[in-house]
Design a protein around this ligand. Structure first.
Ligand code: NI
Length: 258
């Protein structure tokens, strides 16, 4: 069975067929899904999905690009949600300098605040980091993120940087990019990262793998990602699916074992 560690089924891209798609997942071997909040509205929608579907779990957090909406009231609300049984992580949180807004100081302030939140509620973190490799790592080291643990979602940095995250005992979320022909740097990193530290994810509806690149993504594409990891690791696809499920259970310890 496959554990989907990062999806956004609250996205409007799923408005037409969300119910039938989610219900079809089990028949395709996908037995658990973490729906990741990226804004306060996204977190509210995640709570609804969690309540409706037994196999859906939630992460509560505000994406760096949405941090303008945060305040201490928002943090207090997030903290309250984190005590729910099926909320298994704080995320996605981090830094994204690809977009120029909000300014870096605002992103950093709320990244720090949400890392502190994870510490307060004793949950692992789901990190989003784009074009911000150095600042992300510096802040995580300064704030001792290794004590909360977590995953760097959609890992896109080098093998050298992977070593730093391994030193913090972090996991690596590997998604559709691993199937792209030009993903040489990422393939080197995945070759280097032990299978015990890899989680499978799609980031649906974004980043669909080959052969569906450019289309709407869904967890149904996870076998393509598992296959690409299996080829790099020289093991079977089933072995990758099994190992990454166990990894996700280890990291997100509030998730029920399959
Ligand atoms: Ni995401």
């Amino acid at each position: 069975m496959i554990f989907e560690s990062h999806a956004h089924y609250d996205d409007e891209a799923f408005d037409e067929d969300r119910e039938s798609l989610l219900i079809s997942l089990a028949g395709h071997g996908i037995d658990r899904v973490i729906n990741v909040g990226a804004s306060l509205a996204g977190c509210r929608a995640t709570l609804e999905l969690m309540e409706k579907y037994p196999f859906v779990y939630g992460a509560m957090g505000v994406h760096p690009g949405e941090t303008e909406e945060l305040s201490e009231t928002g943090i207090a609300w997030l903290r309250e949600q984190c005590s729910r049984d099926k909320v298994v992580a704080v995320g996605e949180i981090g830094l994204d300098y690809y977009w120029k807004e909000p300014e870096e100081a605002v992103q950093k302030r709320w990244f720090e605040r949400q890392l502190e939140l994870a510490r307060e509620v004793a949950l692992p973190v789901i990190i989003h980091s784009r074009d911000a490799a150095k600042d992300t790592l510096d802040m995580m080291q300064a704030l001792h993120a290794e004590e909360m643990g977590g995953v760097v979602h959609c890992y896109s940095y080098t093998k050298e940087l992977a070593r730093e995250y391994l030193n913090m005992d972090f996991y690596f979320g590997i998604g559709g990019v691993i199937t792209f022909k030009n993903a040489k740097k990422l393939k080197e990193a995945v070759d280097y990262i032990p299978l015990e530290k890899i989680l499978l994810e799609t980031d649906s509806p974004y980043l669909a793998p080959e052969p569906n690149r450019g289309k709407r993504n869904s967890s149904l594409n996870l076998p393509y990602i598992a296959q690409a990891v299996a080829e790099l690791k020289g093991v079977s696809r089933e072995e990758v699916e099994e190992a990454t499920s166990r990894n996700a259970e280890r990291l997100f310890s509030k998730v029920h074992a399959s």
